[in-house]
Design a protein around this ligand. Structure first.
Ligand SMILES: *[C@@H]1O[C@H](CO)[C@@H](O)[C@H](O)[C@H]1NC(C)=O
Ligand SMILES: *[C@@H]1O[C@H](CO)[C@@H](O)[C@H](O)[C@H]1NC(C)=O
Length: 183
């Protein structure tokens, strides 16, 4: 009870103040995001994640800029039974470089996606706000070009997530996993 109250308060505070201040990185260059990324870190207080985080593993995300500088994003994840989960969508650019929006048909929610920090050959830290039926949830992702991530990058991701009201237990570095066959 007390925990869930605290959680709600943290999320509220976050939505009202800190999180509204999240701004994209300087000099964002969408062409350098191009290519394949390991999804190595995941952080959100969303209940589905809290329920499933223990079993979650790394997936692969491919981001390809379109001619119009939108971002075509494809996710693949190898399931424990060897089957493959795939999803893809277009993230539309906004007037602010590094800030994209999209509607997910799969989850029926509206998404803001902000590139907060990146060393394009190494990692990208992405802040997402998912909104459905007027309720918003924060979800941070850490992408890496390799399955291994430097401690200093992990710390950056953890600190950023804490600053956004994510509980320490809900900031997870995902274990390595096999890859889906290419299609
Ligand atoms: C993205 O990378 C792929 C593979 O390396 C390349 O063929 C493609 O031209 C690149 N696209 C952009 C927009 O940079
Ligand atoms: C996203 O961009 C594409 C291509 O420019 C456009 O066709 C589509 O309508 C846009 N979607 C939204 C939700 O703005």
């Amino acid at each position: 009870m007390r925990n869930s109250l605290l959680r709600t308060l943290a999320a509220l505070l976050c939505l009202l103040s800190v999180c509204a201040d999240v701004t994209p990185m300087k000099d964002f260059d969408v062409t350098q995001i191009n290519g394949s990324w390991y999804l190595v870190g995941f952080a959100t207080n969303a209940q589905w994640f809290v329920n499933h985080k223990a079993g979650m593993k790394m997936g692969i995300t491919i981001m390809v800029p379109t001619e119009g500088a939108d971002l075509q994003i494809s996710y693949t994840h190898l399931n424990a039974d060897g089957s493959c989960w795939r999803m893809s969508h277009l993230a539309n650019k906004t007037e602010t470089p590094g800030h994209f929006t999209f509607h997910s048909k799969t989850w029926d929610n509206d998404n803001d996606m902000i590139f907060v920090d990146a060393q394009y050959v190494e990692y990208a830290l992405v802040y997402n706000v998912k909104t459905k039926d007027g309720v918003s949830e924060i979800l941070n992702k850490l992408f890496s070009r390799t399955p291994e991530v430097k401690a200093v990058v992990q710390q950056k991701f953890q600190q950023f997530s804490l600053d956004n009201g994510i509980l320490p237990d809900n900031i997870v570095m995902l274990p390595n996993n096999g890859e889906c066959p290419e299609v």
